[in-house]
Design a protein around this ligand. Structure first.
Ligand code: ADP
Ligand code: MG
Length: 754
């Protein structure tokens, strides 16, 4: 960044003004210039006063209708009452003072007919909206000549994100002061000239003027288009560099073994044929693994689309090539389950080195914190000696204690709990970088994948293996007793037919305040790697609950109720949540799986990966408290066998509320990609990429991942071309600086949060 943009505001504006700006987080000239207006008022169009909401801090453009000073009867002092109008409705402004004379200043300025911007917090007095002691700025004010006034009055009025300490016009004035003395060469442009020229975009210097002092609406729009592109371009360049750097690093090639091996034996033993998608993605991965560059691939696919089989085949290819594979799950429960299901899929092929094991075989080791000392030692030994071709665990596997003989592939289940830092930590494991395959059942819209996971190649499994039964979702009104009883009766019917039901609630203990263990927004980081705390982290959006709303349902309480419910008399009801000791969790899962306790009341611990084919019903209580993707994951837990699945979303969210809209969307479609798009649309701005997008320090102010798909695509292709020619950006120092400055800390953060 240029020296001028780094100049502290204390120097540019004086200590006092700078102090007020510091409260908005603006420290330098560059900060101030990147504090873009949020919107623009049309000078001729007054603000619709009917839309004001009490308690909101607002800036309105209105015309003075009348102004009167009167003495207060009850106490000392005087009151200036000003009524302003938008031509239809009106708003009261009040100014108090001890002496009537003090009010004369405002009275002389706020004469009927004058138009001004007023800012303050909307209050209510005797049923009327009012602003008390608002700040204001007259349009075409004193001191300006008539021409200037008319010109100024015809320009769009920028409205800045302001605060109590600084009004929008004070920001505007400060920005103008700075812009007036700014020279074009003091504003480096991260977007190279030819990239701008190809797209007809204005240089950065011009864009700053367009945004802060537009003379027409077309100008600020032009400025926004330019800044939006810049945001996408800087990010995409950084991601292209990441990919290029990964491409330059070495990995051990693990080509498929030509002759017989464990993969060939596995393929021969499969009781089904692979789907077209599994074969295709499998071939891509096989080719990736055969290269001496690290694979970095994201595999998306609906729950049940057969990702695990694809991943296992990749692992076996590596084993055949003499290496090992590690499978990382987000929780210990899931790790244990993965280990079981891999061993089951492999059959005798998982009995390498054991009596009765077949010729081409390997071993699956489970390594989790809850293992006993002896089992842990054995597993560590199997990993270190290479006897275990496949090691399953949580992120703790990447810790220092675990040694591998020759780690060739890391498979990560559920990417959203695996950030860039963890991806990078892999490089430290083993002599060369292992190949990486990240699996997710959460469909990610393409633009988000490009933005957030832009350093990974992506593949998708789109077809679900044939023979899978249907899955139906209904919304059940929680306050309707008949429906709720019918819900439990349905559970009963399934249990009587030999099947199982999950009942999910948002909290564990009825007396926990609020939501479960540490509520988290939809994009909050869910647990640290190496811990098992992801179990009960909720994904609900933090919509405030109405005062007096019933408390959220709790697992322990619901379990008690169901044990007493006549519909479920005699049915075993188990409990599963993240606060249980690991042995209890395992026991609860086992009893559920073998049918001895066919109803499991749980937190979202059952969200990912838990696989019990006989489970056919998923009842979610307080369903509106969960996010779309989470509910989609939850219902993916049922109907995995040949029997159809039923998902009942119990909720009191009123029709039309955002919570209800999510549930309706779920009931309407089973297409995960469609839901992911709906999810993005329903989420408020800033939720998509987490705080990083809405925060002041964000590199993304105008770019919106959903609406701006085309911009992101375009920026990506420009970035790829540039990085191919000049990987270290020697010829684009301003771009390199922008990447370092904007993306360093922050990108890591939001990548992890996504
Ligand atoms: P995912 O990991 O994507 O949720 P899985 O790999 O666990 O899906 O597969 C779900 C179920 O479908 C498993 O029981 C698996 O054995 C089975 N399955 C996988 N691929 C096929 C296939 N091509 N045909 C039939 N069943 C399959
Ligand atoms: Mg799976």
């Amino acid at each position: 960044m240029s020296a001028r943009l780094e100049e502290p505001l204390t120097k540019a504006l004086g200590a006092r003004t700078a102090g007020a700006f510091a409260k908005l987080g603006l420290e330098t000239v560059g900060d101030l210039l990147e504090h873009y207006p949020r919107r623009y008022e049309a000078p001729g169009r007054l603000t619709d006063l009917a839309t004001l909401v009490p308690g909101e801090h607002v800036t309105v453009l209105a015309r003075v209708q009348q102004a009167t000073v009167r003495r207060m009867r009850s106490r000392d002092g005087a009151l200036l009452e000003v009524r302003v109008t938008d031509g239809v409705g009106s708003l009261d402004l009040t100014f108090f003072a001890r002496k009537a004379g003090v009010l004369g200043f405002h009275e002389r300025r706020l004469v009927p007919g004058r138009t001004a911007l007023f800012t303050g917090t909307v209050g209510e007095y005797r049923g009327r909206r009012q602003l008390s002691h608002p700040d204001y700025e007259l349009l075409g004010a004193d001191g300006e000549g008539a021409d200037e006034a008319i010109e100024a009055a015809s320009r769009p009025i920028p409205i800045y994100p302001a605060g109590a300490s600084v009004a929008t016009w004070q920001i505007h004035r400060a920005v103008r002061t700075v812009l007036d003395t700014l020279a074009e060469d003091e504003v480096p442009d991260p977007v190279p000239h030819d990239v701008l020229a190809e797209r007809g975009l204005v240089p950065r210097f011009r864009a700053l003027h367009d945004l802060h002092v537009p003379t027409t609406d077309a100008e600020w729009r032009r400025g926004r288009v330019r800044v939006r592109f810049e945001e996408a371009f800087v990010l995409q360049t950084a991601l292209a560099q990441r990919r290029t750097r990964a491409e330059r690093r070495a990995a051990a090639a693990r080509p498929p073994r030509p002759g017989p091996g464990v993969l060939a034996a596995f393929d021969a033993s499969l009781p089904f044929t692979l789907t077209g998608g599994q074969r295709e993605v499998g071939a891509t991965i096989a080719a990736d693994l055969a290269r001496d560059r690290p694979m970095r691939r994201l595999l998306q696919g609906e729950v049940g689309s057969g990702k695990t089989v694809v991943a296992l085949r990749a692992m076996l290819q590596v084993v055949d090539a003499g290496g090992q594979a590690a499978l990382l799950a987000p929780t210990e429960v899931l790790a244990a389950q993965h280990a079981r299901s891999l061993a089951a899929l492999l059959g005798p092929l998982a009995e390498g080195g054991m009596l009765g094991g077949t010729e081409h075989a390997t071993r699956v080791a489970l390594l989790t914190g809850s293992l006993g000392a002896a089992a842990r030692k054995a597993a560590l030994l199997d990993a270190a000696s290479g006897a275990a071709g496949i090691v399953v665990g949580t992120h703790a596997l990447l810790g220092d204690q675990v040694q591998f003989a020759d780690l060739g592939l890391v498979v990560v289940d559920e990417q959203h709990r695996f950030g860039v830092e963890q991806r990078d930590a892999l490089r430290a494991k083993g002599s060369s970088e292992p190949h990486l395959l990240v699996m997710t059942a959460t469909p990610i819209p393409r633009t988000v994948a490009m933005t957030v996971f832009g350093d990974l190649e992506t593949s998708a499994l789109t077809e679900v293996p044939a023979g899978r039964a249907a899955r139906v979702t209904h919304v059940v009104p929680a306050s309707n007793d008949v429906w709720v009883r019918r819900t439990w009766a349905r559970v009963r019917e399934e249990v009587d037919a030999g099947r199982r039901a999950y009942v999910v609630a948002p909290r564990i203990h009825p007396d926990d305040p609020g939501a479960a263990d540490g509520p988290a927004g939809p994009t909050a980081p869910a647990g640290r790697p190496g811990t098992d705390e992801t179990d009960d982290v909720l994904d609900f959006l933090d919509e405030p609950t109405e005062g007096g709303a019933p408390p959220l349902r709790a697992v322990l309480e619901v379990a008690e109720e169901l044990r007493a419910a006549p519909e479920l008399a005699g049915v075993g009801i188990g409990v599963l949540h993240g606060q249980l000791p690991p042995a209890d969790k395992d026991r609860a899962m086992a009893a559920f799986a073998d049918g001895s306790v066919p109803v499991l009341v749980a937190t979202t611990v059952v969200e990912v990966g838990v696989d019990v084919p006989q489970a056919t019903v998923m009842v979610v209580l307080d369903a509106e408290r969960f996010g779309i993707s989470q509910l989609h994951q939850l219902r993916g837990r049922v109907g995995r066998g040949t029997d159809p699945g039923l998902c009942l979303l119990v909720s009191d969210a009123p029709p039309g509320s955002p919570g209800r809209a999510r549930l309706d969307a779920l009931a309407a479609t089973t297409d995960g990609f469609e839901l992911a798009e709906v999810d993005l649309e329903l989420r408020r701005e800033g939720d998509v990429l987490g705080a990083a997008q809405s925060g002041r320090s964000s590199s993304l102010r105008f770019l919106r991942v959903v609406q701006d798909a085309a911009v992101i695509e375009d920026a990506r292709s420009a970035a790829v071309r540039l990085v191919a020619d000049d990987p270290e950006l020697v010829g684009a120092p301003a771009l390199a600086a922008a990447i370092a400055e904007r993306l360093d800390a922050e990108r890591e953060e939001f990548l992890e949060r996504a």
